[in-house]
Design a binder for this molecule. Structure first.
Ligand SMILES: Nc1ncnc2c1ncn2[C@@H]1O[C@H](COP(=O)(O)OP(=O)(O)OP(=O)(O)O)[C@@H](O)[C@H]1O
Length: 224
């Protein structure tokens, strides 16, 4: 069971943030550009050495899959080798790549992939660790609408297949939240705090309340 409590304080960018992430949470993290969304993901992933506290009350070590804004695959290694570096066994490479629609690509180098394919390869690397928590930093940014839609469907299917896995996805698009999330975080202010942390049900009343709430708080999220 995942019960991750985040208490960030005395951080250069983030103000006091006290919240928890539970098994099955699908959180969309919204907020103005440059406010600290990636910084918060880095903190959760343990990549930010600033003074902040993370309390992980979990029964087993937390496995995190982090899809960065860039693919961060080793460019001189094939996809097979990149996956084997995170512990995938050679016979499992094809199956893991097929989960993200990249069957037949194991021997390609990252530079031989389109942006969308490279992002899916990086997603395969995240899934390879069988994560308790999946962190996605603007996964649909810079993709053309068809590729973005494709990746969104893929992520939705992967989440459906793993009900216990938690997800935090940074996005600027409210429609991503409607598609993927059951909870919304809205980060704003200097220093940045979670101004909004609420469940998102997909019925119209709830969505309307959420949009109204974010309109009161937010300035730069696209809410359509
Ligand atoms: N430990 C730190 N000390 C000082 N500054 C920091 C620290 N961590 C992050 N920052 C700065 O805080 C700012 C917030 O950046 P961040 O990338 O987290 O914002 P963001 O909300 O993800 O932006 P965007 O939506 O544009 O991707 C950046 O200018 C970053 O350099």
């Amino acid at each position: 069971m995942l019960d991750l409590r985040i208490v960030a304080d005395a951080h250069p960018v983030l103000g006091a943030i006290e919240t928890s992430v539970n098994e099955g949470d699908r959180i969309c993290l919204l907020g103005p550009s440059g406010i600290g969304k990636t910084t918060l993901l880095n903190l959760i992933a343990g990549l930010d050495a600033s003074q902040a506290a993370m309390d992980q009350r979990i029964l087993k070590p937390l496995r995190i899959g982090y899809l960065f804004q860039e693919h961060r695959l080793l460019p001189w290694r094939t996809l097979r080798q990149n996956l084997m570096l995170v512990g995938v066994r050679a016979p499992d490479v094809t199956e893991i790549l097929s989960r993200v629609g990249l069957e037949g690509c194991a021997d390609l180098l990252p530079d031989q992939l389109s942006l969308g394919m490279a992002r899916r390869a990086a997603l395969a690397r995240c899934l390879a660790v069988d994560p308790d928590l999946l962190l996605l930093d603007e996964p649909f940014a810079s993709l053309d609408p068809d590729r973005a839609e494709e990746l969104q469907s893929l992520i939705a299917a992967l989440l459906d297949a793993r009900p216990a896995m938690a997800m935090i996805c940074v996005t600027h698009e409210m429609r991503d939240a409607h598609r993927l999330a059951n909870r919304v975080w809205y980060l704003d202010g200097r220093p940045a705090r979670l101004q909004y942390d609420a469940p998102l049900n997909r019925d119209d009343g709830d969505a309307a309340r959420l949009v109204a709430g974010l309109r009161r708080l937010g300035r730069s999220c696209r809410l359509g």
